[in-house]
Write a protein that binds this ligand. Structure first.
Ligand SMILES: Cc1ncc(COP(=O)(O)O)c(C=O)c1O
Length: 406
């Protein structure tokens, strides 16, 4: 028997039939088909509210669309946050469709000229990833006759300790090395751009509260030092994000109240050059992961050499992360449940496997589940971020999953 991650608090106490946003999960599958992603809008709103309560007033909240770009979800979250962070022209189109005039920032390496042009024309801020990109963005603005909004993404000389995905403190395709950032700032200002400030993103999926606090303080200090070097006041300092969610056994939710309190203290003593700056934190998974559940129907239950396999009609082509093949080194179990039997005692160890013809398609590895029969629905939690759009949907030609917001 192997452990599972913790079922998110909104579902953990449920007994009997699983409900999502007040809807019976099995009935949702009957109505919308299987497999199905369901996102609970009220849980997302509650998470935004939790952030607002915890954070100092100087902090804006940006949503990183990459975590979940479903238009029906985006249109709700866009109303609740102060800005949208995009990573492509496709995400730009989605952002503009749900919130014309939204504050948009565009980060990511390899922005094509057509993407730069579309974003600059739309008034988005480009988070510059290199000196070469700075030149291309300036040229794009000139061609369009638009003063481009440019921020410098810094590859910090610090990393977010304990983060699942480190994006700082080393050689990196992301951002301009801190030691060269100030000179790029001076260049874009001299070229007549509207310099918007710094974007400093040090890592993702961090649950270690001390590490997040320490990184935010170091990020503030770095921004102040770079602003002094550049001789310019940054209108906005995007402090990155990296707030993690508990996916696996032993993971504990990040104490955002403690993060907010410490950030308030760090802001109070920030460098004078940042006195009039605003600040932003940009989050993806922390806002949406726990609000999503992937529901998939059992097609077969089989025994093989003493092990029970629950075979479902979904799989890693929809929810790659739950199979352990999206950025994890060691495969561990996401939280799963039999949707009609929340709180029922486990019968024994079973493996939940997807319908793909590869041993990688394992959604639950020797986990404790109650009795389960063909036709029942398995719920895989923490499916609100990096699910449907971060999975190889075309692999093996199965249908795309339905996605709904309730
Ligand atoms: C620049 C940037 N912003 C935001 C995010 C979102 O991270 P998360 O979903 O962990 O909050 C990422 C993730 O890779 C990123 O690279």
């Amino acid at each position: 028997m192997k452990p599972m991650g913790p079922i998110p608090p909104a579902f953990a106490a449920q007994r009997g039939a699983l409900t999502i946003g007040g809807h019976d999960a099995t009935a949702l599958v009957a109505a919308h088909g299987s497999p199905l992603f369901v996102y609970d809008a009220a849980l997302i709103a509650a998470q935004v509210a939790r952030f607002r309560t915890a954070m100092p007033a100087e902090i804006d909240l940006h949503y990183a669309i990459k975590a979940n770009p479903l238009p029906a979800l985006l249109e709700r979250i866009a109303l609740l946050v102060d800005g949208l962070d995009i990573a492509s022209a496709g995400e730009l189109a989605r952002a503009l469709a749900v919130k014309p005039g939204a504050a948009i920032s565009f980060a990511g390496p390899g922005k094509r000229d057509d993407e730069l042009a579309a974003a600059i024309a739309a008034g988005a801020t480009i988070n510059l990833e290199s000196a070469g990109e700075a030149r291309r963005a300036l040229a794009s603005g000139e061609r369009l006759g638009v003063v481009p909004r440019l921020a410098v993404r810094v590859n910090p000389d610090l990393e977010l300790r304990g983060s699942g995905m480190k994006m700082g403190g080393r050689a990196s395709p992301f951002g301009i090395d801190a030691e060269h950032a100030a000179s790029v700032v001076r260049e874009v200002i001299a070229a007549g751009a509207d310099w918007r400030g710094f974007h400093i993103f040090a890592g993702s999926q961090a649950l270690d509260v001390a590490a997040v606090i320490e990184t935010q303080a170091a990020t503030l200090a770095l921004a102040a030092r770079l602003a002094e070097d550049a001789g310019a006041v940054p209108p906005l300092v995007n402090l990155g994000g990296g707030f993690g969610v508990p996916y696996f056994a032993g993971d504990v939710a990040l104490d955002v109240a403690a993060v907010g309190a410490a950030l308030g203290e760090a802001l109070a003593v920030r460098g004078e050059v940042l006195r009039d700056s605003r600040f932003a934190i940009e989050l993806g998974r922390w806002l949406v992961a726990e609000a999503g559940v992937y529901l998939t129907r059992v097609v077969d239950v089989k025994q093989s050499r003493g092990e029970t396999f629950v075979v479902v009609d979904g799989g890693l082509h929809h929810q790659l992360a739950a199979s352990g093949n999206f950025g994890t080194v060691v495969r561990r179990n996401y939280p799963l449940a039999v949707a009609a039997r929340m709180g029922t005692a486990a019968e024994g160890a079973m493996s939940v496997v997807g319908c793909l013809c590869t041993p990688l398609d394992r959604l639950g590895d020797r986990i404790a589940l109650p009795p389960v029969a063909v036709g029942q629905v398995i719920a895989i939690f923490l499916a609100g971020a990096y699910g449907a759009t971060a999975s190889p949907a075309a692999f093996l030609g199965h249908p795309a999953p339905a996605e709904i917001v309730v």
